[in-house]
Design a protein around this ligand. Structure first.
Ligand SMILES: Cc1cc2nc3c(=O)[nH]c(=O)nc-3n(C[C@H](O)[C@H](O)[C@H](O)COP(=O)(O)O)c2cc1C
Length: 102
């Protein structure tokens, strides 16, 4: 099964567009976690056609809406090997109040 995911940002001027997109991206991540929790395989995919105007047409989206990707779901035949992860320490910079960089 493939689930298409799109964001339809609020028209209210107070609402920040970036946050609308961020909220739907977070929803996708939760869907992936839920799928894995249920023993399903799931992957988030995009690709160039995702952002083609025809894709918006297909899903009846407005110009300001965006397709954010496709979630591919299924029962895995093989389990993926564990990937290499960069430790979070390498991606985190802690800043304290007296740090001149803050
Ligand atoms: C917005 C977005 C689009 C992606 N599109 C693709 C894609 O088209 N093809 C692909 O192989 N992986 C794509 N990925 C990456 C996979 O979803 C996945 O994150 C990656 O394979 C690493 O998986 P892992 O974190 O479980 O190791 C995309 C990820 C994101 C966040």
């Amino acid at each position: 099964m493939v689930i298409a995911v799109a964001v339809k940002p609020s028209d209210q001027p107070k609402v920040v567009n970036l946050e609308e997109i961020g909220a739907v991206n977070a929803a996708v991540q939760n869907m992936l976690l839920a799928a894995h929790g249920l023993g399903l395989g799931a992957i988030w995919r995009t690709g160039k056609p995702t952002y083609h105007p025809k894709m918006k047409q297909l899903f009846n989206l407005r110009e300001q809406d965006e397709v954010l990707g496709f979630i591919y779901l299924g029962y895995p035949e093989v389990m993926k090997e564990k990937g290499e992860r960069t430790p979070y320490q390498k991606k985190t910079k802690w800043i304290t109040a007296d740090d001149p960089a803050s």
